[in-house]
Design a protein. Structure first.
Length: 454
């Protein structure tokens, strides 16, 4: 086991909870549920030929999980609130935190969001309401929903209210790297002593009719004789077939919805509670390509290299970790050739032209490209791999791209894990990237006490 000095305040991940698309219209809620999908490279995106990561969360399942929420509140919550609350209580239960009591009174509640569909629907309904005909009861209901659902901080506020938390509470939106960046933020707050516990969630939900409408508009735009000039070709959203990360025939990506929550604690706090850890967050780095366009991507991979190197030098270690010591990467490819090129170039720069012994896999085709949850899902899957000593295969990758410089794990079974260190990467349009450096809990981890899978 590689021993790493991370300073006086180790940051442990002690709980995981999810609300993600499961097989046969079930919901992935626990770390065991997540592992059952990612360990075999399964894809839960096919809805009778329509490839979308849909969460089939009915009222009965949600109410059973969170019976404390009065019905008068529930009617004001959109899907995005319900997804976030379910993953939150699952993560708290997994970590042994009594979210019904006072265990989370000082916890930070940090939430990542990208989509605006739920907010837009509520806002539009309020704008269209006629003061001359709307009843007082209906107007009151609209104003409550306006207060709960329209701001970007809506889920964070609802989650903190359930926990009755008095700690930091805010929302971050930086595209598909949102929850990864928040994990880095929370880890820094714990490492410096500002917090002992932080609950980090990435959550998003989309209106498919609206997404399809935007795709139709884009197809019209692409028919013009004077096509806009992009530094990079635009990515392609698909509903007709599955996404294929790193595949020779990758031609687009599927979107998804859902939520993922991780509980982060200082080692001292976890040990006092006798909790077992999944692993440690060592560092986070973020960078943007020096691009003149807000809708392009940094195909050179330079921004990803800088973010990864930030992770390697940001830790208060007695010695520098070299890239070659991080022999597994949970990649950010999403089934679009544009992001394949970005990652291929970045790994050649970071690890050298001869990086065939670097092992990479990706789980986005399991649940869809679900925006804000991506970073938390990637971190959770990576920590489960390190805990179990196995690497999950890349879902839906059948024929690895010819110009791929590293080894991609494919198939339907895990491969042996060659390292105690791992990167988890996320990308967004505009050239912004995020890198997390993760490791196991270390030999001084807390005694078992959680309900983690084995």
């Amino acid at each position: 086991m590689l021993e790493i000095d991370t300073g006086p305040r180790d940051v442990l991940v002690t709980g995981m909870g999810f609300c993600l698309p499961g097989p046969r219209q079930t919901v992935v809620r626990t770390s065991d549920d997540l592992w059952a999908t990612v360990a075999r490279g399964l894809s839960n995106l096919d809805n009778d030929g329509f490839f979308y990561g849909r969460v089939f969360l009915d009222d009965e399942e949600f109410t059973k999980a969170v019976p404390e929420i009065p019905q008068r509140y529930l009617k004001n919550y959109a899907n995005v609130h319900r997804f976030g609350l379910l993953s939150l209580v699952e993560a708290c239960d997994d970590s042994g935190l009594d979210w019904r009591g006072t265990d989370c009174a000082d916890a930070g509640v940090l939430t990542g969001r990208v989509g605006v569909d739920n907010s837009f629907d509520t806002y539009l309904e309020c704008v269209r309401a006629d003061p001359g005909t709307v009843s007082p009861a209906a107007a009151r209901s609209l104003f409550i929903r306006l207060a709960v659902s329209v701001t970007a901080t809506d889920v964070a506020n609802v989650q903190a209210s359930l926990l009755r938390s008095g700690g930091p509470n805010y929302t971050l939106s930086c595209g598909c790297a949102s929850s990864a960046a928040l994990l880095g933020t929370a880890a820094n707050q714990i490492a410096c002593g500002e917090l002992d516990v932080a609950v980090v969630t990435g959550v998003d939900s989309f209106n498919l009719d609206r997404v399809a409408h935007f795709e139709e508009l884009r197809e019209v735009a692409e028919r013009t004789d004077h096509r806009p000039s992009f530094d990079s070709p635009p990515t392609k959203l698909r509903f007709d077939r599955s996404m294929r990360p790193y595949d020779q025939h990758a031609d687009g990506f599927n979107i998804g919805e859902g939520s993922a929550t991780l509980v982060l604690e200082s080692r001292e706090h976890a040990e006092r509670r006798g909790r077992e850890a999944y692993g440690r967050v060592l560092a986070h780095g973020s960078a943007r390509g020096t691009l003149a366009s807000a809708v392009s991507s940094d195909e050179s991979g330079d921004s990803l290299v800088r973010a990864a190197r930030t992770c390697l030098r940001a830790r208060p270690s007695h010695r520098r970790i070299e890239p070659r010591e991080v022999r597994y990467v949970n990649g950010g490819a999403q089934g679009d050739p544009l992001f394949n090129v970005t990652e291929f170039n970045a790994m050649r720069t970071l690890y050298g032209q001869d990086c065939g012994d670097l092992v990479v896999s990706n789980q986005e085709a399991c649940f869809g490209h679900n925006a804000a949850p991506l970073g938390a899902v990637g971190a959770a899957a990576t920590l489960l791999m390190m805990r179990r000593g196995e690497i999950c295969p890349t879902a839906r990758c059948g024929e690895v791209a010819e110009d791929c410089p590293f080894t991609v794990v494919v198939g339907d079974h895990p491969a042996p894990l060659p390292t105690d260190l791992a990167f988890s990467f996320n990308y967004q349009m505009g050239g912004v990237v995020s890198a997390l450096l993760l490791t196991g809990p270390g030999q001084h981890g807390a005694q078992p006490g959680g309900r983690h899978g084995t």
